[in-house]
Design a protein around this ligand. Sequence first.
Ligand SMILES: *Cc1c(COP(=O)(O)O)cnc(C)c1O
Length: 387
Amino acid sequence: MTADTCEEAGSREKATFAFPFLDLSHQFESIQDELESSVLRVLRSQRFILGHEVEAFEAEIAAWNSSRAAIACASGSDAVLLALMALDVAPGDEVITTPFTFVATGTAITRLGATPVFADIEPGAFNLDPTQVESAITRRTRAIIPVHLFGCPADLAPIIAIAEANSIPVIEDAAQAIGAKYRGRQIGTIGQIGCFSFYPTKNLGCAGDGGLVVTNDEQLTERLRILHVHGSRTRYSYDVIGINSRLDALQAAILRVKLPHLDDWTRARRRNADQYSRLFSKYSLDSHVRLPKAPDYAHHVYNQFTIRTSDRDRLRAYLRDSGIPTEIYYPFPLHLEPAFSYLGKKPGDYPEAERAPREVLSLPIYPGLSIEHQMQVVEAIARFYGK
Ligand SMILES: *Cc1c(COP(=O)(O)O)cnc(C)c1O
C-alpha cells in the first residue's frame, strides 16, 4: 500500500518520503502467523466461494456491530449499489447525497439509471448538511445517502427525521467509518442499510476488494441475500435481477483474523489524532490550519486526519520537499467531475463542497505511525508558517 501512495499523479519526479503515507506492515506483522494459517486453511479446503468462512464472518461482524444481518459482498462500491437495488431504486428516481465523497457513492446511483441529487456539506466535518437536505427532496426521491467521511459520522438524527417525515429510507455510506459511533450507536446500523468497504486503505481492510451491507430490516435482509447472488434464492431459480457480488472465502478468512483487532487499531488512530492536536497546540497555528474536530455526537475513527488551510497547495509542496507524505481526498467535488457533467451542475452550486477540495490536506494517521513521525509532520508544518 505504499508504492502507489508515494507517487503523486502528474508529478515529474518521484518524491522521496521519510516514511509512507500509509504503512500496513506494522499491522500485518502483529498477526502474520494467524493470517498465514487462515489463508492456508482456505486453500486446503478448496472452498473459495461463500461457504463456512463467509457465513462465519457475517455472523461475527453482525454480532460485533449489533446488526440483525450482515451480508458480505465484493466491494464497498457494490455495497452501495446493492443497498439501492434492495430499495428498488430505478430509472427516473432520485437519490440525495453529498458531492464531497468518493466517486462510488455517486456512480452507484447512476448505474441504476437514477439521478444523484446533491446537497451541500457542512464545513466542519465535511458531511452532508442536514439543513440542505429538505429542499433537495422531490416526489421522485427514493433514498438519502449520508457518507461518514474520513471516519466522522454525519449528523444522522436531523437527516433521519427529514427522511422519516417524507417516508424516504436512509442508506449510510460507512465505507470509511467502521467502528465510528453516532450518539453511542454503531455507524451503519442506524439508517435502513449500512455499507462498508474492506479496501486495504479502510480501517478494516482485506487483501484485495471486499464489502458489506448491514441492516436490521427483515425484508431488506432477504432481498440483499438474494440480490448479491444473481437474484437467486435456490439454485438455478431466479426471482429478481441480481448481480454477482460475493466476498471470497479467502478474504473472509483474513477479515475474521483482523476483526478482533479493529477496536485496538481504532484506539491507535484516535490516540494519534490526539497526539497531533497536542503537537499542533505547541505552535500558534490556529489562524493558519484548522484541525479535524469531532462534533459532540461523533465518535470519530480517523480513517483520515484531514486538516484545512487556505495555503494547501504551497504547504503540500513544502511538505513533499521536506519528505513528508500527504494526500488530497478529494481534489474535486463530484458535481464538477466530467463523469457527472451530464447533470448540468456548475461551479457555485455547492459552495462548501467546492471550497473543501481546495483546502483539505490529509496527514498520515495509520495505527503504527510513530510519535517521532508525527512530530516531523507538525514541525514541518510549523516551519512552513515561520513558527
Ligand atoms: C472506499 C469507498 C467506497 C467504495 O468502496 P470500495 O470497496 O473501494 O469499492 C464507497 N464510498 C466511500 C465513501 C468510500 O470511501
